[in-house]
Design a protein around this ligand. Structure first.
Ligand code: ITT
Length: 198
């Protein structure tokens, strides 16, 4: 099962892992599963989500903890990205809060990266994690319609377009999430009995 309450992540992870013979069931199929409160460490958060889901569903579970790190904000909002700007905001309002926080920042200070830690947990308590990153720059204003979260203001390094301007299929090849789940795919295959883990 896929332990995320974020529909954007759900769609992307399904697409990234589409070549695996895997029926990735959403969190909504398991009403008893409550994802834990999150702290300030990506890996701990990702493990806590996958572990809670695996224990309560009695199935192998995947989870992701991710965030945006901006140079001029000292690496913030990082693992707190989903809550940046205060509680109860939507994606567009969080983007506005980020642009306001960076109003006096230019050049190097707008350098940024997306980070993702993917985690796999089994009901028996086995855990595997993998990390992915994607480098870029925070734009002055939103561009594009695809993706979710901070994608409209994230200019992807080496591509020259905002993450929200590139097709989803391309994001799912180059993103932090694509790298993390790509690196985790060996462990997922091992769980499926497709290859040995070493
Ligand atoms: P779950 O914990 O239920 O998976 P969440 O959205 O709360 O969902 P996180 O705590 O990992 O997940 O927060 C990640 C936040 O970082 C997310 O809400 C976005 O604001 C941002 N983010 C992560 N990956 C992103 C991406 O690919 N594009 C844009 N923003 C992203």
């Amino acid at each position: 099962m896929l332990a995320t309450s974020n529909p954007g992540k759900l769609g992307e992870i399904r697409e990234i892992l589409r070549d695996l013979p895997l029926a990735l069931r959403p969190l909504s199929d398991f009403p008893g599963v409550i994802l834990p409160e999150e702290g300030t460490d990506y890996e701990e958060n990702a493990i806590a989500k996958a572990k809670a889901a695996a224990q309560f569903s009695d199935r192998v579970a995947l989870a992701d903890d991710s965030g945006l790190e901006v140079s001029g904000l000292g690496g913030a909002p990082g693992p707190l990205s989903a809550r940046f700007g205060g509680p109860g905001l939507g994606d567009a309002e969080r983007v506005d809060a980020l642009l306001a926080a960076l109003a006096n920042c230019s050049g190097e200070q707008r350098r940024a990266r997306f980070v993702c830690i993917a985690a796999l947990a089994t009901p028996e308590g086995d855990i595997v994690t993998a990390r992915g990153e994607c480098a870029g720059q925070i734009l002055a204003a939103p561009r594009g319609q695809s993706g979710f979260g901070y994608d409209p203001v994230f200019l992807v390094e080496g591509i020259g377009r905002a993450m929200a301007e590139i097709p989803e299929s391309e994001k799912n090849r180059i993103s932090h999430r694509a790298s993390a789940f790509g690196a985790l795919s060996g462990a997922i295959r091992a769980q499926l009995g497709l290859v040995s883990r070493d």
